[in-house]
Design a protein around this ligand. Sequence first.
Ligand code: PMP
Length: 400
Amino acid sequence: MPIELSDRVKAVPPSGIRRFFEIAEERDEVISLGVGEPDFSTPWAARDAAIASLEQGKTSYTANRGRRDLREAIADYVDDRFGLGYDPDEEIIVTAGASEAVDVAFRALVDPGDTVAIAQPSYISYEPGVIFAGGEVLRVPTREEDEFRLTVEGLEEAGAADADLLVICYPNNPTGAIMREEDLEPVAEFAREHDLTVLSDEIYAELTYDVDESNSGTGKTSSSGGGHTSIATLPGMRERTVVFNGFSKAHAMTGLRLGYALAPADVVGAMNRIHQYTMLSAPTTAQYAALEALESCDDEVREMVDQYDRRRRFVLSRFREIGMDVFEAKGAFYCFPEVPAGFTSEEFAEGVLREQGVAVVPGDVFGDGGEGHLRVSYATGLDELREALTRIEAFVEEHA
Ligand code: PMP
């Protein structure tokens, strides 16, 4: 007799992206614009700090919530960059990637039957996280006409007024959308009015491009970076928001597995109660790397953001040349072009992979609002992007 699996696990289908990796493996010379991680290596100073910590034998567990010096550095960083004030002792928890923070937050806040509204298209881990925690998912589609920003009309139409939690992610994976302060204000008002707890995944906060000066929570601005506003900075929101961030994206540290959550003390305390039994502490070596990343790697982060911006401009202009509509993504490292008429997302993605060896992700895997689009990651060098777009053009010319 096979071992009986839990209903919760059975309720979650395997990731829709996997099939594409299988096709990609069958072909030679596939250019992948499918991955959601930086092509850069972790800045050297951070790697050196990790190496030094190992050489010094610093290989024990840390405090459950993470090293105090790292929590202090995170508190200074989020204050300086985004105007977010959090107490390193009570209101910050360091986790094994933002992924763990998201999972633990769901388990700390969701009771069986609670409804979690998720602005979509969205990162693929939120729905499974809600289901594993015993909650019900409510999909709240965003639309290209609104540049994939969440609107109050969208929330109302989906029935989110009756939800318990709301998950948002800006800058967004997969669309590359951002929300400026004036876009977040009505959403914040809706959350206050309907007593929603907001889970705000801000892992791409450093990666914004071409955002006007008014958007920065701290008043800082530049052509790239510095254009993120956290919903937790809006009036009455800090007490009802959990912010997620981490080192995977801006600091190119995906494999080191380090993230964190910022929230009121009772929420962080509840998250820590789960984390202390299930994880004990986030990876120690990565905590040393992260501390150094915050202390001395700003220039490297700026350089990576500038390069992403250059690639973003190139990719957007090439899609337009090819005749594929694409909205002006201003964050993360994704753009979200429309597939030409006559194709579903999946048909296009599968065709361009089989015939041209370019891997992109069909938009439908990201939930409501994703069908008809492709997620194209530009966390890939310009030469590869150039070749990939030439191949996509050939596919479109042949079929569309
Ligand atoms: N949130 C979003 C929106 C992401 O895109 C990702 C990574 N793809 C994560 C969270 C997870 O990041 P981490 O590596 O910190 O677990």
